[in-house]
Design a binder for this molecule. Structure first.
Ligand code: SGN
Ligand code: CA
Length: 526
C-alpha cells in the first residue's frame, strides 16, 4: 500500500473539484486500482443505446454505464482526434500541450503525462491501437500503434522495435487480441494502466463482414434539423462536412464506378480475396440498386443518409463486441473488482444533425463525447451524472484513484469527489478552443458553455459571435448574439469567458478577444 505524504494530500486537495480526501482515503484502503481506458474514434453518443439510440444495441458500453456511471455532460476541449488524445494524456489544454490540430502538430512526447506519473509510481503501462499523435509514445512499458488513421482490414502496426507488422483480420478484433495478449503477459505484481485505442467508428465506415447489413431493415428518421439553412450562423454556412455536398458516393458510401475504382481505395484494395468477396457480395447489389434509381435532390441526400447510418452503426457493432471482450477478460481473470474501466470517444460526431457528418464544432453533438466509467466500490452502479466534466479530467482522475499526487500544472480536475462527496460540486462552465482551419472548412473558434447558455467566438475563416439558449433551443439553430434583450446575459458570459481564458492561460484567445489580429489570406483559409 502506498503511504501518503502530507504534501501529496495537499496537492491533491488543491487540484480536485472539492474534498478529495474521501476519495484519497478510499484509494488508500483499497489495493491500487488497475485502469483500462477504451478510446474510440468519432463514436457519437447519439449512436449508443445507453444514451437513447433506439436502433443500436451497444450492450457492452451500456453495461459499463449500468455498473458505474453514465456521464450525460462529458465534453472535450478541442473536438478532433490528435488534440483530444493529447489532452487525455496530459490533462492540459491544446495551447499548453502543444498539439492544437491534426494538420500541423507533432506531440512532444518528452512532456509529462499521467501515464508517466503512473509508471513512475509502479504501474505497468501500455497503449494499443489508434494513437495519431505523430511522434512515438513515451512513458509506456509497451505500445503497439496503428500508423496515422490505421486501416479497418488487415491493419499494419508500428512496433516498439521500429518494425511494421501487418495482421490479417478486422482492426477492432486485432486491437483487442493484442490488448489481451499484453494483459496475459504483464508483470502481475504491479497494477496496470492499459489504453485501448479503437479505430472505429472513423471515416470511411467499413464494418466487419459479419456485421454488414445489421441495420438494413431500419429506416432511420431524419434529425429534425437535417435540412438546416444555417441562417444567422456564418461558420455553419461555410463548412464542408455535409451529407448532401461533402459525402462521397464511392469513397464514403461504396458505390463505385467499377471494380477497379473500388480496389483503388486503400482499405478495400488491401482486403484478401475472401474479405473482398464478402465486401462485394454485400455492397455490389446496393450499388446496382442505387444506379438503377437515378436519384436526385432530396431523394439522393436521404439515400446517402440511410447508407451512412447503416455503415456507421454496423461498424460500431464490432467496437461494442470487443469492449464486451475486454469486460469478459476482466471477469475471467478476477480483475473486475479492482479495475477502473472507462469508455469514451475522442469526441462526438454528427449523425445528420444540421445535415452533417464529422465533428470540430462547439455545437453539442461534437463537443459532447460519450463517457461511461465503472469503478467498483467507489461509483455506485446505475449512477447518472449531469455534472460538466471533460476529457481534461481523465488524467487527474486516474492519478487521484491511484493515489498519485496530481501535478500542479494539470488543468483538469479529479472527478472522484463527484462520487464520494455529497457536497462536491461540478463546474459551472466549460471552455473550448478549436484551431484547425483546413479539411472540412470549419472556422477556428473558442467559447464557453454553462448549464444554460453557450457563447462562441469564431475567427480566421469567419469572424463572428454566436449565442445560444440551450434550454429554449437545444439544437442550436437560433443565434441570439447581438439581440438587445440578451445583452446582459452576453456580458455575463463574456466575463466568465475571460475568467476561464485567464485561468487556463490561453494567450491566443486573449489577443483575439481584444480584436488585435490581422490574419493573412492563407491563415484565413481562403
Ligand atoms: C481524415 C478524414 C476527415 C476527418 C479527419 C480528422 N478524411 O482526414 O473526414 O475529419 O480525418 O479525423 S478522410 O478522407 O481521410 O477520411 S480525426 O478523427 O483523426 O480527428
Ligand atoms: Ca476522432
Amino acid at each position: 500500500m502506498k503511504i501518503f505524504k502530507t504534501s501529496t494530500l495537499v496537492l491533491a486537495l488543491a487540484c480536485s473539484f472539492s474534498a478529495p480526501l474521501l476519495a484519497q482515503n478510499k484509494a488508500e484502503t483499497k489495493k491500487r486500482p488497475n485502469i483500462v481506458i477504451i478510446i474510440s474514434d468519432d463514436h457519437a453518443f447519439q449512436a449508443i443505446s445507453a444514451y437513447g439510440n433506439k436502433y443500436a444495441k451497444t450492450t457492452n458500453i451500456d453495461r459499463i454505464a449500468k455498473e458505474g456511471v453514465l456521464f450525460n455532460k462529458g465534453y472535450v476541449t478541442n473536438s478532433i482526434c490528435g488534440p483530444s488524445r493529447a489532452v487525455i494524456l496530459t490533462g492540459k489544454y491544446s495551447h499548453k500541450n502543444g498539439f492544437k490540430d491534426n494538420e500541423n502538430s507533432h506531440f512532444d512526447g518528452s512532456q509529462d503525462s499521467f501515464i508517466k506519473q503512473l509508471k513512475g509510481s509502479g504501474y505497468s503501462t501500455a497503449w494499443i491501437g489508434k494513437w495519431h499523435l505523430e511522434s512515438q509514445p513515451q512513458g509506456f512499458d509497451y505500445w503497439q500503434i496503428l500508423p496515422g488513421q490505421g486501416h479497418y482490414y488487415n491493419p499494419d502496426f508500428q512496433m516498439m522495435d521500429g518494425t511494421k507488422k501487418r495482421t490479417e483480420g478486422y482492426v477492432s478484433d486485432i486491437v483487442e487480441d493484442v490488448s489481451e495478449n499484453w494483459l496475459d503477459n504483464r508483470d502481475k505484481d504491479k497494477p496496470f494502466c492499459l489504453v485501448i485505442g479503437h479505430k472505429a467508428t472513423h471515416r470511411t465506415w467499413i464494418p466487419d463482414a459479419r456485421d454488414m447489413g445489421t441495420f438494413d431493415n431500419v429506416i432511420f428518421p431524419l434529425p429534425h434539423n437535417f435540412y438546416d439553412d444555417y441562417k444567422n450562423r456564418e461558420a455553419a454556412k461555410v463548412q464542408d462536412m455535409s451529407i448532401a455536398e461533402t459525402m462521397v458516393m464511392g469513397y464514403d458510401l461504396k458505390v463505385f464506378k467499377d471494380d477497379a475504382a473500388a480496389t483503388m481505395e486503400g482499405t478495400i484494395g488491401r482486403m484478401n480475396a475472401a474479405q473482398r468477396k464478402k465486401f462485394d457480395d454485400y455492397y455490389l447489389p446496393i450499388a446496382a440498386d442505387f444506379k438503377a434509381r437515378n436519384l436526385k435532390g432530396k431523394e439522393l441526400t436521404e439515400w446517402k443518409y440511410q447508407r451512412y447510418m447503416r455503415d456507421y452503426l454496423s461498424t460500431a457493432v464490432s467496437l461494442d463486441r470487443n469492449i464486451g471482450r475486454t469486460l469478459d477478460y476482466l471477469d475471467k481473470n478476477n480483475l473486475t473488482e479492482n479495475t477502473i474501466v472507462i469508455y469514451m470517444s475522442d469526441q462526438g460526431f454528427y449523425l445528420g444533425e444540421h445535415g452533417w457528418f464529422d465533428k470540430r464544432f462547439i455545437y453539442e453533438e461534437s463537443f459532447r463525447t460519450p463517457m461511461v466509467m465503472r469503478y467498483p466500490g467507489v461509483i455506485k452502479p446505475g449512477t447518472v451524472s449531469n455534472d460538466l466534466v471533460m476529457n481534461l479530467d481523465i488524467a487527474p482522475t486516474m492519478l487521484d484513484a491511484a493515489g498519485v499526487a496530481i501535478p500542479k500544472d494539470e488543468q483538469g480536475k479529479s472527478m472522484l469527489p463527484l462520487f464520494t462527496d455529497k457536497n462536491a460540486k461540478g463546474r459551472d462552465a466549460i471552455y473550448y478552443h478549436y484551431y484547425e482551419n483546413g479539411e472540412h472548412s470549419v472556422s477556428p473558434h473558442f467559447g464557453i458553455r454553462t448549464e444554460r447558455y453557450k457563447l462562441v467566438r469564431f475567427y480566421k475563416r469567419v469572424n463572428s459571435w454566436e449565442l445560444y439558449d440551450l434550454k429554449k433551443d437545444p439544437n442550436e439553430m437560433n443565434n441570439l448574439y447581438g439581440q438587445k434583450k440578451y445583452k446582459k446575459i452576453t456580458d455575463k458570459l463574456n466575463l466568465k469567458m475571460d475568467q476561464l481564458i485567464n485561468e487556463y492561460d490561453d494567450q491566443d484567445a486573449k489577443i483575439l478577444k481584444q480584436n488585435k489580429f490581422n490574419f493573412t489570406k492563407k491563415e484565413i483559409g481562403i
